[in-house]
Structure formats: C-alpha cells, structure tokens
Design a protein around this ligand. Sequence first.
Ligand SMILES: *Cc1c(COP(=O)(O)O)cnc(C)c1O
Length: 242
Amino acid sequence: MERFIPDENRLKSIEDNYKAVKERVQNAAVSAGRDPSDVRLMAVTKTVESVYINKAISLGADLIGENRVQEYLGKKDELHLDNVEKHLIGHLQTNKVRQIVGEVDMIESVDSFHLAKEISRVSVNKGVTTNILVEVNVGREESKSGVYAENLDELLHQISELDGIKIKGLMTIPPICNSEKEISDYFSSMYQSFIDIKGKKIDNVDMDILSMGMSGDFESAVANGSNIVRVGSAIFGARKYF
Ligand SMILES: *Cc1c(COP(=O)(O)O)cnc(C)c1O
C-alpha cells in the first residue's frame, strides 16, 4: 500500500472511540456480574488502513481481526504486531488455507469438515498447530456461513480427530434483529450450546472462547457470556469498501 498522510481528525476519533468502546465493554461485564478482564475487545480491521490500525494498537488494542487473507497479508508488514494477537474472522476458502496457516493465531470461521481437513493438512505440513473456533449459524440464515446448532456436536467430534488443529471454542454472527430481546435470545442460545458442549468434555476440544458481539450489539453479547467481542465500525468509523 502506498504511503499517505493520515487524517488527524480520524486519528483523534479513533482514540475517542477506542476508549469509549473499551469502557462500554467493561461496564457491560460489570453489569452482568462478570470480571471485565474475562472479556477481550477485538479491533476488527477490515478495510482500515495500517496507520489507523497502528493507532488502535498504540492505544492498547492487543487483538485484531481481519476478514480477508489477501488484505491481511498485504497489510501485516506495516502493522506493529509485536504484542498483538491476530485472528482471521472472515469466510475462508480452502484454496487460501495454505497462505494463512502460520500467519494468524486463530481462525475463527471454520464451518465445515472439508475446511478443517485442509487446515489440518497444511498445519501438519508446516509443523504448526492451528487454533480454531467453529462458526455457528445461530439464525439458520442461508446467506451466512456457519454450522447449524444441531450439527455442531458431530462436526466438533470429527474435527477433534484431526492432527495439527485445536478447537478453542465457538464464534457466531447473529441475524440483523429488530429488537434487543431478539438479539439477546440468539446470544443466549449460543451461550447455552457453548456450556452444553463444555460439559461434554470432548477429547481435544477446549470450550474456552465464545466470540460474539459486534459494534451494534456487543453489550448484549457480553451480558450473555461472550468473551471476545469483535468491534469494527464503532472504533474505526463507517467502512468504505474499495
Ligand atoms: C466486520 C465484522 C465485524 C465487525 O463489525 P462492526 O459492525 O463493524 O463492528 C465482526 N465480525 C465479523 C465476522 C465481521 O466480518
């Protein structure tokens, strides 16, 4: 990416936004009777130029999420990533697996055995273990990726047998909702699945992470047990797609 002069106003607003979001996440945790340090704030950096991502990192962002393999690989050398965890959160095609395995700390968007097998194969080849979350399509939307809740158990068992891959928890993107109650019900149903599976203690499956909640709904997600909220526009401003 070519060098450009960062917009000072945008840098300032990222600073204000980041601090405000951080505080809201902590307040939501406290309101829910949870320890604020149990909820991590991910800065979602898709379409955001490196200079603005580095601003968030300088403010304390220690977890970033990118959607696209190509975009992440194109930006990563410009980012100050020394103490930052990187997660892939976007839909991953099997033909991109080779490029991303070993480049991120976690792939949150694993939604099929086919994809998991390829991650396993490439990980074994590269001599690494890839941490993953299984993405659940909690709203059963055809337009969205993710496994349906009733197939989750079987998929987890299948993936748990693969080498070079370690399940760490679940991720979801709920449908657009019209009410607080509706969104809260989706989050609560995800939390229930998370707890049920945790109770089953499947070999080679850690149910530690429940990644849910975005700019418009992270407080409800925290109230319902999320421990990673993925926030983009509330930190960086509205996305401009290019
Ligand atoms: C873009 C994106 C987010 C963040 O969305 P905002 O509404 O901008 O906070 C979170 N999770 C995933 C998977 C995304 O693609």
